[in-house]
Design a protein around this ligand. Structure first.
Ligand code: ZN
Length: 136
């Protein structure tokens, strides 16, 4: 794994949270994007070399809606940047981690992503992400 790509934070209201985080960072989100397949609306802030992703549920079946109902707003996942997501998924599967999707999915911010169940990862939801290449 190359680095922490971003930290995902679940929020109830993206607009309000954008205001809050804009004040915190003294900058605006550089990108807002809806990922319909995941039932989320996202915004991204650049913080130095790192990014913060805010996630709001766009429907009540979304994983973010369930997370907030259970735990409230807060840190939702940590995303690690990987060179080759297929190779990392194979490696981690063999190490006994429980992958939440068998194939990489299209995530926000032009990434291929795979999530690892928190139960197999010390209580933290992990996202692997790889920048999409032209043929992916
Ligand atoms: Zn993420």
């Amino acid at each position: 794994m190359k680095k922490i790509e971003h930290i995902g934070i679940a929020v109830k209201n993206l607009e309000k949270s954008n205001d809050l985080y804009s004040k915190l960072f003294n900058s605006s989100p550089y990108k807002m994007e809806e990922v319909a397949s995941e039932g989320v609306k996202t915004s991204f802030f650049q913080v130095g070399e790192s990014k913060i992703e805010l996630l709001e549920a766009s429907n009540e079946n979304s994983a973010i809606a369930k997370f907030i109902a259970k735990k409230g707003e807060g840190v939702h996942h940590i995303a690690y940047d990987v060179e080759d997501i297929y190779a990392e998924m194979d490696r981690l599967r063999k190490e006994g981690f429980q992958l939440l999707n068998e194939q990489p999915k299209y995530g926000a911010d032009n990434k291929l992503v795979c999530f690892i169940h928190p139960k197999s990862a010390g209580g933290v939801l992990i996202e692997l992400c790889q920048e999409r290449k032209e043929d992916q």
